[in-house]
Structures are given as structure tokens and as C-alpha cells.
Design a protein around this ligand. Sequence first.
Ligand code: SF4
Length: 253
Amino acid sequence: MAARKRAPAGAPALMVKAAKRAAKAHAEHPPAKRPARRRRLRGAALQAQADTVLQRLLAEYPDAHCALDHRNAFELLSATILSAQCTDKRVNMVTPALFARYPDASTMASARQEDVEELVRSAGFFRSKAKSLIGMASAIVARHDGAVPDAMEDLVVLPGVGRKTANVVLGNAFGRNEGIVVDTHVTRLANRLGLTTESDAVKIERALIPLFPREHWTILSHLLIEHGRQVCDARKPRCSSCLLADICPSALV
Ligand code: SF4
């Protein structure tokens, strides 16, 4: 434990008071318990860790699914664009009115920027998101006859669409496991569980892909996101009630 500072003998009264306050605060709010230094898993141990994580989370969250409400690929693509820097819950509050007015790519492509901005304002970054939605819809109308394409290379060149958004659409609207969606929850859990030490989303995806069977790539993201929301909170992970605590190198128990 780190030594707490004491005021030196003969120190001015103010210093003595400050030292007493610090000692009191330390006693009332001791520093959070830190996990032992994380082991870096490799080879067979890393694969066994991935297998156990997947099996336990599949059993724990049999209904895990995409949290963005949608009825088709166009709605999911639009909702995913809106979800940048915004909660899925907030997006789900915005999209009913948006899709009632612009139900497909051709109506969205001819929308006025200011009208879309008004509808998506509460999702944040509303100007750039409105621009992306109209740009995405215009490109789909121009290049794909108004139908959302189902190929990674066609999706990632649409305005406002990156690899993560494309993975969401391919996995959840088309049932195609082309990659693994890496968001803030997946990044945090993959690191805490010792599945990777990377912080960059592309590198994390590259590290996870060989560890999990392809047919589970889409559900894996939903499972990690669900566990992150329910148990492995960013600031206060509930390790004492976590079903992965016995194999987690970051467990605070
Ligand atoms: S044991 Fe703690 S850090 Fe590890 S996955 Fe569970 S909640 Fe997260």
C-alpha cells in the first residue's frame, strides 16, 4: 500500500490541517482494489479462454440481439449511422418518426437537409448525421436501385458507413458473418477478459476473428455488449456476481 504523507514536524498549521484532511479522506474512501497484473493469454490458453467465454455467455444471454429497432436493412443502416456517439435507446426514440416520414432510400434521398436535421437532432451531431443519411440514401438509389447492398465493399463506400456499420448490417439484416462488430463494450470486455491487448477497433476485430467460429461472429458482439451493460460496467464492474470471474484476469474479487 502506498505510504500516506504526514506533515513534517514544525510544519505550518495549514500543512498540518491539509495532511489530516487527506488522512481522513483516505480512511473514508480507500483506493479501489486493483486486479493483480493481467496475465497475457496465448496459444491454447487463449483459445480455451475464448471458448469458455462464448459458451457461458451463450447460455446466460440466449436472447441477445441487436438493440437497434429495425424492420429492414435500410432502417438498420440508418439507425446504425445515427448510433455513433449516441445510445441505442436514444436512437430508438428518434427512428419511428424518421422512418414514418422517410421509409426507404428513395424518400430519404430526396429529403431536405433541415427536415432530417430536425428529426434526428436529439441523437447528437445532427447536421453531419442528417448529411450522412441523405448521402447514403442518394448513393443507394444511384448505384443499387434503392436497395441496400449486401457486400462489404459496397457498404463501406457509402457516406457515413465504416466497417463497423457495415458489419452490423451484414450480420443482422442479411445474416452474413463477414466480421465482428467492435464497439466500446466489445473493446472493454475483450481487453478485460484477456482476449486481446489492442485498443484499436480494427486490430481488436483481427484478434477476435481467429478465436471464434464464424457462425458466432455476429452473436459474439451482442453477447459481449449485453454482458458489458448488465455486469461488466465500464466504471463499476460487478465482478462478485460475474459468471466469468473465475477465468477473468481483470476480476476484482
Ligand atoms: S470478472 Fe469483472 S472485469 Fe471480468 S468480465 Fe466479469 S465483471 Fe468484467
